[in-house]
Design a binder for this molecule. Structure first.
Ligand code: N01
Length: 538
């Protein structure tokens, strides 16, 4: 315990998703610290609590996209599919919460609205939307990376007489589209998953597409008992291989260069990865896809051809075939029968690039040229204020009254994507400029929580209670992450949320570490081995 008083704790955790749940386990169950945790939702699950839209599904195999910290947990849990849908992942997280008795540390339905550092006592004070305050020495933000939906850019959303539904904050009650005129804006991962499902029941579905996406097959199938048994028998090796892979999955068939092989050999590799599904085309085809534009062009052309094969109407196929930005510079969505949805008579594709959405009206949507589309339901799958948005929403004020919003006014500044100079003892789990969304999230989360919890052990063993990155270490890390990003094709995307480019006015900065999870972990290990190099401990 740090000091007396009912609202002073050792650690405060934000969020009850993968990050917050594991943080409570690591701090309270494994270290016996006094922990208080807050969750705005009325249950655990984080992303998997809020994103209940039809078709919501994980796109990394759950055998990999799951906790690794307890072998008993991974042995006893059974996934029904290779890529399970949202309800099953939510059940898993509910099971984890119960199995490790985590719920009792959480205050649900409670949002943190301010976090203020008090230098004199080296404590954070958190204020909740219920007006309570809690103090703690350590703060773990598990607020997530894709948890603050982007505000609609068009006027009139409040005027719409029908229902407006946000994929990222979907109703808990079942939604019926039967016989309804449904409009959907957005064809990112959320939109593509939702369109594939809503198309099956809507009276009419109108997809308002601005930038077409390079969506490729997910390759889902029911769990094969023999495959499951083999994976469980070799789980330790699988987790090792995952942690040693750029994206945190144990794929191992990547070839050096798309340009070093003949067109026929290249096609063979692409066909194989397309047929096997998942992120194999992206990360397990050729190693230069994300680095060399000419290599990237070969895959982009391949995906366009495959899209054209699947869509019957040539004009619709052309609109769906992405051009003008490299494959993978916007996060590639994975799909099941997405393109086939456009072959249904009840589905219509509208290009809102040339003719943008001007306003939402009482009856539907008006485009810039005055065309009106009438809807009963409008679905917004327009994305998130990624990576920085969830942290800035916590309204954080650090040392000397410095606000995080001010520190990050020109884009995020972090050391290791985990801490920021001037914001002591605040661990941003999967924060900006860490591998986070380019790694396998549960493993990225475990790595960060383990690093932070071990730092606390290190400090406590020495009678210290503050850790903070040095400004110079932070500057070097930011420069390093930018250098890595500039060696890739990523900066060539005009609208990617990886760069904050999806939000008007947001500083355009790389929000992820592009050196890959293994290099990142090696760097973290070096920092620890050198006595927390780049951090000031006091
Ligand atoms: O959001 P997005 P998302 N007018 O930003 C369009 C993860 N995720 O929620 O590209 C018209 O990708 C926008 O168009 P444009 C995953 O990491 C994972 O779909 O800006 N359109 C785009 O089409 C993913 O990458 C899963 O031109 C507008 C769409 O809205 C991340 O979450 C499932 C517009 C937004 O796409 C975010 O995905 C779901 C406007 N004014 C999500 N504003 C899994 O499968 C925006 N758009 C695990």
């Amino acid at each position: 315990m740090v000091s007396s008083g009912t609202t002073t704790h050792d650690a405060l955790v934000v969020g009850a998703g993968f990050a917050g749940l594991y943080a409570v386990h690591a701090l309270r169950n494994q270290r016996n610290l006094d922990v208080v945790a807050f969750e705005a939702g009325h249950g655990v699950g984080g992303t998997w609590y809020w994103n209940r839209y039809p078709g919501a599904r994980v796109d990394i195999e759950s055998v990999h996209y799951s906790y690794s910290f307890d072998d008993e947990l991974q042995q006893e849990w059974h996934w029904s599919e290779r890529f399970p849908a949202q309800p099953e992942i939510l059940s898993y997280l509910e099971h984890v919460a119960d199995r490790y008795d985590l719920r009792r540390s959480f205050r649900f339905g409670t949002r943190i609205v301010a976090l203020d550092w008090e230098d004199a006592e080296s404590l954070w004070t958190a204020t909740t939307d219920r007006g309570e305050t809690h103090r703690a020495r350590w703060v773990f933000s598990g607020a997530g990376t894709l948890s603050v939906p982007k505000k609609p850019e068009f006027p009139g959303v409040d005027e719409f007489a029908g229902e407006v539904l946000l994929t990222g904050n979907w109703p808990h009650e079942p939604v019926s589209f039967e016989g309804k005129r449904v409009g959907i804006i957005g064809v990112g991962s959320s939109g593509i998953q939702a369109i594939s499902e809503i198309a099956k029941t809507a009276g009419r579905l109108t997809v308002l597409q601005r930038t077409p996406n390079y969506a490729t097959p997910i390759g889902n199938y029911p769990t094969d008992p023999r495959e499951e048994a083999a994976e469980k028998a070799g789980y330790a090796a699988i987790r090792d291989a995952s942690r040693n892979h750029f994206l945190g999955v144990p794929y191992s068939d990547v070839q050096p260069s798309a340009l070093a092989v003949s067109p026929e050999q290249r096609r063979e590799v692409f066909d194989d990865r397309w047929n096997r599904g998942g992120f194999r085309l992206f990360i397990d085809s050729f190693g230069d896809i994300l680095f060399d534009k000419a290599a990237n062009d070969t895959l982009a052309a391949y995906v366009r051809d495959r899209i054209r094969e699947r869509v019957h109407d040539p004009a619709t196929a052309e609109l769906l075939a992405p051009e003008g930005y490299p494959y993978g510079t916007k996060r590639p969505p994975l799909e099941t029968d997405y393109y086939e949805a456009y072959n249904r008579p009840n589905v219509e594709l509208v290009d809102v690039k040339a003719n943008p959405v001007a306003a939402v009206t009482e009856t539907g949507v008006r485009l810039a040229d005055g065309t009106e589309h009438a809807f009963d339901v409008l679905v917004l799958a327009t994305g998130f204020d990624a990576c920085t948005g969830p942290l800035l929403a916590l309204n954080i004020t650090g040392r000397d009254g410095r606000r995080l919003a001010e520190h990050w006014s020109d884009g995020p500044q972090t050391y290791l994507g985990l801490m920021a100079a001037g914001f002591p003892n605040l661990f941003m789990i999967t924060g900006p400029q860490s591998p986070s969304v380019l790694y396998n999230m549960p493993l990225a989360i475990e790595d960060h929580v383990d690093f932070a919890a071990a730092a606390i052990d290190h400090l406590r063993a020495r009678g210290l209670d503050v850790i903070e990155p040095a400004a110079e270490a932070e500057r070097e890390w930011v420069a390093h992450t930018e250098e890595l990003a500039n060696a890739t094709l990523l900066p060539q995307s005009p609208t990617s949320w990886y760069l904050g480019a999806n939000i008007p006015g947001k500083p355009r900065r790389v929000l992820v570490y592009l050196g890959g999870a293994p290099a990142y972990r090696a760097k973290c290990d070096e920092v620890v081995a050198a006595g927390y190099e780049g951090f000031t401990l006091s």
